[in-house]
Design a protein around this ligand. Sequence first.
Ligand code: ZN
Length: 228
Amino acid sequence: MTAMIRQPSPNFNERRFPLDMLVLHYTGMETGAAALERMCDPAASVSAHYMVWESGEIVQLVEEDKRAWHAGVSRWQGDEDLNSRSIGIEIVNGGHDWPLEDGRLPPYPEAQVQAVIALCKDILGRWDIPQTRIVGHSDIAPARKQDPGEHFPWVKLAREGIGLWPLQPGTGEATLASALEQIGYDIGDLPAATAAFQRRWRPARIDGVDDPETRSVARAVAALYSAG
Ligand SMILES: [Zn+2]
């Protein structure tokens, strides 16, 4: 069990579905302190189960068996009310709204990444969460959200058994839309779903365009998802 401090938030209620998802976010605010204050403010009506500081320190705000309020309107593999189904982790990072002076996204420090990995491993040890249901906020709300961002090291997490990462190009003739749907994306807004997919698995270019490389990677991820 990773060390953590508790700062209980009033922003939670009862789950309506079994817990079988893990949702990763960035805080997207100027500081972690501001994010923590907001998640404990009843007027804000937002929260998460955990927040992970840049230093790797972990704060627990909501008990895991309760429904925290982090996902908003979202959809994955046909399911909605993902707050009822998930544990939410907010990772302190300014993200797209608070870039560095040179315009780059603020990096995730290694100590923070290692703490996120340890926390996710703990959670996956306690709950039956399929690999295909470990998601970023942008995966489940592609038209609204960009977090945890294309700078989040998903590949490092995958190497630790948190989420799937394809090691070879995809094969077959599946269209991009059908591959994204097999993975779990809501393809109602296909360019948004495509951009969300690129942000996670092909971050070199996030333009929402159906190109051969995006298609190939999406087929590879879809194959992993249908296998496991
Ligand atoms: Zn989020």
